[in-house]
Design a protein around this ligand. Structure first.
Ligand code: SAM
Length: 345
């Protein structure tokens, strides 16, 4: 079962929690759940945030996860919640449709805890871990192409670009070359098989991350379209939050944090607000900042949970202004660095 990124026992809303989620006090402080409010937990996982929201006030929670195992494990909490929790198997990019499916138009808060759960990492069979043997899968939802499919089918150049963009792997060309050479003699279908191939071209000192860290991160992000999912979920939140409703997002690496930071900055600053332009051109801001900059874990949490080290929380509050026209993710999805462009410089 889910060991969790924190791993502590609390009992909220009736049942034993199996982990202490990252930045939980800060999440609740910024989400500010209130009696009668409806909150979307877009990343249910082991239900740590959901439990805390249910415990903080007399709220209703609509929780979402794309992983069928998380949905199955969460049924006990649904049963305990006396009708206050709806748990939906869906991608969080569709959170506005999920809210509509519950017969609601708007909600009081949305929280996202981006990334994989410990359960997903810890189960070798899911294929996320370079330390455990398993099929090279990495699909959170068990649908669509797996990591093994990408490794088998992408050209050497596309593989190198993927590793560079989503893993920030500086030796992406060497890793891509090694993968292409290895797959010519045998299909790469197991996690440890891929980890061995990467270890032949990247040496890590004892204090450095495992040589496969960046390769596995890149494949996972690509397989699950994690950056696109995040960008679309931010836009869906803008559509579904009531004026005064809060958006709280916790991320674990810079690619994700940049998207959240850019989105909030984009929506919280009035476009066309220049004194050189007629005021009629100004686009009203749809969010205002709740937290200036990113909130990080304090010393106590860092001491008890090393996984909180890279966590960053950003929060914003919805204004009365209409949502921006959706779909143009380029206004806040930062251009991903192209390997070829970087080599030309
Ligand atoms: C870090 S865990 C969340 C842990 C949770 N906050 C808790 O306290 O237990 C992330 C969860 O989000 C889910 N997830 C990731 N991307 C998703 C997406 N695009 N749509 C829905 N669920 C997603 C994963 O399956 C995983 O269960």
């Amino acid at each position: 079962m889910m060991a969790g990124r924190g791993g502590s026992e609390t009992d909220v809303a009736g049942g034993p929690a199996r982990h202490l989620p990252v930045l939980i006090d800060e999440v609740i402080a910024h989400l500010a759940p209130r009696d009668g409010g409806v909150y979307v937990d877009g990343t249910f996982g082991a239900g740590g945030y959901t439990r805390a929201i249910l415990a903080a006030a007399d709220t209703r929670v609509i929780a979402i996860d794309r992983d069928p195992n998380a949905i199955a494990d969460g049924q006990a909490l649904v049963a305990e919640s006396a009708g206050r929790l709806s748990l939906v198997h869906e991608r969080f990019s569709a959170l506005d449709a999920v809210v509509a499916g519950q017969g609601l138009e708007r909600v009081d808060g949305v929280v996202l805890d981006i990334g994989v759960s410990s359960m997903q990492i810890d189960e070798g069979e899911r294929g996320f871990s370079f330390r455990r043997d398993g099929p090279l899968d990495m699909r959170m939802s068990s649908e669509g192409p797996s990591a093994a499919d990408l490794v088998a089918k992408l050209s050497e150049t596309d593989l190198a670009n993927l590793l560079y963009r989503f893993g920030e792997e500086r030796r992406s060309r060497a890793v891509a070359r090694a993968i292409v050479e290895a797959r010519a003699s045998a299909p790469i279908e197991r996690t440890l098989q891929l980890a061995d191939i990467v270890a032949k071209v990247i040496w890590a000192k004892p204090h450095e991350p495992h040589p496969s860290t960046r390769t596995f991160q890149a494949l996972r992000i690509a397989v699950n379209d994690e950056l696109g999912e995040l960008a679309r979920a931010l836009e869906a939140s803008e559509r579904v939050l009531k004026p005064g409703g809060r958006l709280v997002v916790v991320t674990f690496h810079s690619l994700e944090d940049r998207i959240v930071k850019n989105f909030i900055a984009n929506r919280a600053k009035a476009a066309g607000g220049s004194r050189h332009l007629p005021s009629v051109d100004a686009v009203p801001t749809s969010f205002r900042l709740v937290a200036r900059g990113a909130v990080e874990a304090g010393a106590a949490e860092l001491a008890s949970n090393p996984r909180a080290r890279s966590a960053k929380l950003r929060a914003a509050e919805r204004t009365e202004a209409p949502a921006h026209a959706g779909g143009d993710l380029s206004s806040f999805l930062p251009p991903l660095p192209s390997l070829d462009a970087s080599r030309r410089r």
